[in-house]
Design a protein around this ligand. Structure first.
Ligand SMILES: [Zn+2]
Length: 310
């Protein structure tokens, strides 16, 4: 065999074997939501593979368990969860049935992303059933604040470095780059929202307290009478009266809720219904963590501009 053929063969073999080996070495990460998957992708780069279980257009409290989810969990090195009981209705049996010791609650490959983030609405006093689906560990929709996104990225980076100490510098560098990009974007989003500080809105579910807190909205009521409880005529009437009294013109609705009640409230109050995704993948334009805020902030600003011009 002449050297040229040997060289070509070597090249051909390299082309076949090297990517396959690299793929095997990548950490297999599963995130419960597309938001966490997006942030993990930013930090993990080409050293990990990431998939999410819930889709962004689904209600993350109620995800239909599928056998394919168990298969994903079986092969996972790391599972990242939102925590604060967001996934309590569907995730524990999936983890158990995966029989993967690595990703059981408390194991090294189980990361609760809510550690180290700012959590709102932590209830004080006794919680009763009458309060509805109240989260005793606070509101779990905390990712809708860029600053919490930063904290989530840090937790993920630390965990990835724990698994792959040799790649620590790589993850650190990506974390820094993500943080810098986020700071720039956040400045832009805050500037866009600044003229509307203190705007009163109503939301369907309690998905937006962190978003409202960061961007200066004032949430004064909910279409749901209590978290997880469908609208009732009595509550809807009270809400209409309150919206009229406070002159509230905006109702934010997550994409997975029925628009019938919000639209009837809007008709009664001359308000606008905005379908606003709380998650990456909630609409196709919100393709990643940055796209989610880009989409939501632009949606709000356009609606508020239109309302001001009325
Ligand atoms: Zn909730």
């Amino acid at each position: 065999m002449n050297t040229r053929i040997v060289a070509l063969l070597t090249l051909a073999l390299a082309a076949v074997t090297v990517p396959a080996m690299a793929a095997d070495q990548r950490l297999n990460v599963i995130a419960t939501t597309e938001d966490l998957a997006s942030i993990a992708r930013e930090v993990g780069g080409d050293r990990i593979t990431v998939e999410s279980i819930a889709r962004g257009y689904q209600d993350p409290h109620f995800v239909e368990a599928k056998p394919s989810f168990i298969l994903k969990l079986q092969k996972a090195d790391l599972l990242i969860v939102v925590g604060r009981e967001l996934e309590i209705g569907w995730l524990p049996p999936l983890i158990q049935q995966s029989r993967n010791a690595k990703v059981q609650d408390g194991a090294e490959g189980y990361l609760d992303a809510s550690q180290g983030v700012r959590i709102l609405e932590i209830p004080t006093g006794q919680i009763t059933r009458a309060m509805g689906d109240v989260h005793p560990q606070g509101n779990p929709h905390y990712w809708l604040d860029p600053e919490n996104g930063r904290a989530i990225a840090k937790s993920i980076s630390d965990k990835l470095s724990q698994f792959r100490p040799g790649d620590r510098a790589y993850f650190d560098q990506r974390l820094t780059a993500f943080g810098a990009r986020l700071s720039e974007a956040e400045k832009k989003w805050l500037a866009m929202m600044a003229p509307y500080k203190g705007t009163k809105v109503v939301t369907y579910h309690r998905s937006f307290p962190n978003f409202a807190d960061r961007f200066g909205l004032d949430i004064v009521g909910y279409v749901e009478p209590r978290p997880g409880i469908p609208p009732s005529p009595g509550h809807t009437l009270e809400l209409i009266q309150e919206m009229k009294r406070q002159n509230i013109k905006l109702i934010l609705v997550e994409p997975y809720f029925d628009l019938k009640t919000p639209e009837s409230i809007a008709r009664a109050t001359d308000a606008t219904v905005l379908v606003m995704p709380p998650s990456v993948g909630g609409v196709k334009e919100a393709g990643d963590f940055f796209g989610l805020f880009d989409y939501d902030v632009t949606l709000l600003v356009n609606a508020l501009k239109a309302a001001a011009g009325k």
